[in-house]
Design a protein around this ligand. Structure first.
Ligand code: FDA
Length: 390
């Protein structure tokens, strides 16, 4: 028997759950479908189990997209403050960790439970644990889930991106978009550790060392910690820069802590008898200071060096060029950059212009946030925008 709904939402992650609750509470008959056995798997592992559920600074300029203005409308209509008000209504305790990032005091489970309760209030039917075999469209959308056929005039793609396949992430959203003739912006792993080749062996010996830096791919600089790993570079500053990095490009790291290229010249005036290693170690971990000084080849005291040599060394320190040979891929990426092209979608409702009734929300869309709660805020905002229009 075929059952019909007002809307079928594929993917019971952050965006799908929130969209379903929003539409359900507006009186729509909603079926929320996921092939996993439980909802919100990524929410549950997010933020180290505490879910960094939003960022108070969420605005469109903190998102990467072929159309940098696309996210402005949805983010402006459903804000971080709106989501915090919901979290407060459920008496979920939270704290700001750093840089506007809001985390649960307790556990990410609380956010999933809240979303499930919001869905229950909206009378949302949830179908879990069965694969989506087929989606067709003949005016209505017709979806085969396991041995069941369901139809609706509206279908929402909310199956996320391909990062962390071991918890069930797939490229289903992209495949479905292609089936309906929607364009994709070539996806690639983002918020991902970068790998270094054999020529950077000196730095791979520093595995486990973390330092405050400013890291930059082909975009803004991020002043946070970088971490040297056995395979290359990680830590929040590097993850952020990775979203703007492309194969073949360098990543520039400022090791001067904002002191700039004149750091060593000024240090020479203050303490001419200090070595380069000792000077660098005033701001950086000892092992890193040694490795950098070795590369800079500044023997003896600072007083033994000309200002020209120190300025040249300072310039290298302020813009140290690493040439990653790759990333750790979707297995380690928090998100994907790219996805369903925003050129195909209404920025107000996320509805496809080409296929009326077809919507795409959350990470499936070519809108990728910075690290720190921005991606969940996009999931809530885009889910809300669609939920309002179903
Ligand atoms: P999401 O991935 O949440 O949901 C997609 C759903 O679709 C899943 O339930 C999946 O099972 C389902 N699905 C997939 N394929 C399917 C198919 N073929 N058929 C049916 N269902 C299918 N962001 C943030 O803002 N703060 C944070 O703290 C973190 N932390 C974090 C940690 C880790 C380890 C990762 C990997 C990611 C984060 N993120 C994050 C990013 C955040 O998790 C991500 O941006 C959102 O979950 C995206 O929400 P969506 O609903 O779009 O996809």
């Amino acid at each position: 028997m075929t059952q019909s709904y007002d809307a079928i939402i594929l993917g019971a992650g952050a965006a799908g759950l929130f969209c379903a609750a929003t539409a359900g509470q507006r009186g729509r008959r909603v079926l929320l479908v996921d092939y996993a056995d439980r909802v919100g798997n990524k929410i549950l592992i997010s933020g180290g189990g505490r879910c960094n559920f939003t960022n108070v600074d969420a605005a469109h300029d903190r998102y990467i997209s072929a159309n940098p203005h696309f996210a402005r409308s949805a983010l402006g209509r459903y804000t971080a403050a709106d989501f915090v008000a919901l979290v407060d209504r459920y008496r979920i305790k939270w704290h700001e960790k750093t840089l506007g990032q809001l985390f649960c005091d307790g556990s990410a489970r609380q956010i999933v439970d809240m979303l499930l309760e919001e869905c229950a209030i909206g009378g949302v039917e949830i179908a879990l644990g069965r694969p989506v075999h087929e989606v067709t469209h003949d005016g209505n959308f017709r979806v085969t889930i396991g041995d069941r056929i369901v139809t609706a005039p509206a279908l929402v793609i909310a199956t996320g991106g391909p990062s962390i396949p071991k918890i069930g992430a797939t490229d289903f959203a992209y495949r479905l978009a292609r089936q309906f003739g929607l364009k994709l912006v070539e996806p690639r792993p983002a918020l991902v550790p970068l790998t270094l080749g054999p020529d950077e062996a000196l730095f791979r010996d520093l595995a486990g060392v973390a330092a405050p830096v400013i890291a930059r791919g082909d975009g803004p600089g991020f002043a946070e910690a970088a971490l040297f790993t056995h395979r290359g570079l990680s830590g929040p500053a590097i993850l952020q820069a990775s979203s703007y990095w492309r194969h073949g490009q360098p990543v520039a790291i400022d090791f001067t802590g904002g002191r700039g290229a004149d750091w060593l010249i000024e240090a020479k005036r203050i303490n001419p008898r200090a070595s380069a290693t000792k000077t660098l170690a005033t701001a950086l971990p000892g092992r890193l200071a040694e490795a950098l000084a070795e590369r800079l080849a500044l023997p003896g005291n600072l007083a033994d060096q000309s200002d020209k040599a120190l300025r040249h060394a300072g310039q290298r320190l302020a813009e140290w060029q690493f040439r990653p040979n790759g990333t750790e891929g979707y297995a380690k990426a928090e998100v994907a950059v790219g996805g369903i092209s925003t050129a195909e979608l209404s920025q107000k409702t996320m509805e496809s212009r080409k296929v009326p009734g077809l919507y795409a929300i959350g990470e499936a869309v070519d809108v990728t946030g910075w690290l720190g709660g921005y991606n969940f805020q996009w999931a809530w905002a885009s889910g809300w925008a669609t939920g309002q229009s179903l």
